[in-house]
Design a protein around this ligand. Structure first.
Ligand SMILES: [Zn+2]
Length: 263
């Protein structure tokens, strides 16, 4: 975390709570705190934002810009990593890889001002079953989330599929009491069939997101960024009419689905 950024953080905290007027997104923010949007929450309360990712780096690459904006605005942001990236390198033991990638995740979280939490599953071998669903629901709900972000389950990586579905089940079991958004990673080669409903302008926080992505040194982040994520940010930016954006699918509960304007 650099000094400039903490100055900026202070400025933003005192000026606006929520994602701010520069956001092009209808994403829910602290300024939307109403009984209808967040039952039981008081106006001006901080929001608890939980971002679920299969591996260290997924929350950062998928929605690090949006998470930086949430935390700059004074909300509590938690990155819930399903695994510690144990399987990334077959020249090292799982313990060694996990230790290395945990450190990288912690550094990235420091940059974004997020709290890292690890769910204890194993990279490349994540499980989706009754027990894992119960565990994940318990863990997610213990963080008292107002909004959860997770992988879009149609993804070529099985660990991403599992992460998306575990969060979806937690949402269903919680009586849908938090808001659920899906994010994309590497659309085209990993995320598939992703038609965004919401966008966030991340132009002003691009450097923070980049620093958080680049903290994942073991993942060749510069190459991955140049080859995929820079283009994605700019493509989503074109769709949203800004320089750079992140895109989401908002999963509406039943009572919000029939709301076409004018009818
Ligand atoms: Zn991943």
């Amino acid at each position: 975390m650099n000094k400039n950024n903490s100055g900026r953080r202070k400025f933003i905290q005192s000026s606006v709570l929520g994602l701010g007027s520069i956001s092009v997104s209808p994403l829910l923010t602290a300024k939307d705190v109403t009984e209808k949007n967040f039952p039981g929450k008081q106006a001006q309360n901080k929001l608890n934002i939980v971002c679920v990712g299969a591996h260290p780096g997924d929350p950062e690459f998928g929605c690090g810009g949006t998470m930086a904006k949430y935390s700059q605005a004074g909300n509590n942001v938690t990155f819930l990593y399903l695994t510690r990236g144990e399987a990334y390198n077959d020249k090292q033991s799982y313990e060694q890889s996990a230790a290395l990638r945990t450190k990288e995740a912690e550094k990235a979280c420091e940059i974004i001002h997020a709290k890292p939490v690890f769910a204890g599953q194993i990279d490349g071998n994540t499980e989706l079953n009754k027990q894992r669903n119960e565990e994940a629901t318990k863990l997610i709900l213990s963080l008292q989330p107002d909004i959860v972000f997770t992988h879009w389950p149609l993804d070529s990586h099985p660990d991403h599929q599992v992460s998306g579905l575990l969060a979806l089940t937690a949402w269903v079991r919680s009586q849908k009491k938090f808001h659920l958004y899906f994010y994309e990673v590497n659309t085209g080669s990993e995320t598939m069939g992703f038609s965004p409903t919401d966008y966030v302008d991340i132009t002003a926080v691009r450097n923070i997101k980049k620093a958080a992505m680049f903290a994942h040194e073991t993942q060749s982040p510069r190459e991955v960024y140049e080859q995929f994520f820079k283009t994605m940010e700019e493509f989503r930016g074109l769709e949203a009419g800004v320089k750079a954006a992140e895109a989401f699918i908002y999963f509406k509960p039943e009572d919000q689905r029939a709301n076409i304007a004018g009818l």
